[in-house]
Design a protein around this ligand. Sequence first.
Ligand code: PEP
Length: 248
Amino acid sequence: AGSGKFFVGGNWKCNGTKDSVSKLVSELNAATLEPDVDVVVAPPFIYIDQVKNSLTDRIELSAQNVWVGKGGAYTGEISAEQLVDIGCKWVILGHSERRNIGENDDFIGKKAAYALSQNVKVIACIGELLEEREAGKTFDVCFRQMKAYADNITNWTDVVIAYEPVWAIGTGKVASPEQAQEVHAAIRDWLKTNVSPDVASSIRIIYGGSVNAGNCADLAKKEDIDGFLVGGASLKGPDFATIINSVT
Ligand code: PEP
């Protein structure tokens, strides 16, 4: 981990029931968490209010998606204004599971800009496919995705970048600490050149992709890994707590 405050997000994806959410909230409320870590969980929209009303204030709430502009006649969407209304402070954008169903770089960049304009903080995901990595295009893809954010974002204070190689998400194939560090350092360097040295040195770049209680400690030691975005392991309170407490 570098100099920024360690950040750990839990992406619950499309999992859970009222009962399982209640159990997970109890586990999180009972866990002992290192104080110097920002912790955020992202339940499915439909459970955000339940979680907000039962979870310790120590942990902030995130959505997993948001509409690209002001609310209105957009069937099935949830607006940034509505997230603010229920006390949800963050949103995950650009997740590969949403890119995979048709969200492109520009749309994601616009979503980020609108969310930030409403004071919803953004976890901005990027990451390459396996075939892109094997073709030596990892940096090209990550920089292209970064540029779409940079073309839309003017103030990076409320942004955390999540590097999530798609081949590592939900596969059990975690990136090695060296593989993750290499890309994190490259993203920081890209930000230095293309945004500003200040943003590059202050922004948190977190890693996601099969992080668990057993592999988090070695990743957390790397200089440019400022935390984690966790899918599967965030559904188990004690494991998620171990990941939070892996801060070095
Ligand atoms: C994610 O979806 O953001 C993620 C990293 O999932 P997992 O930890 O299950 O690989």
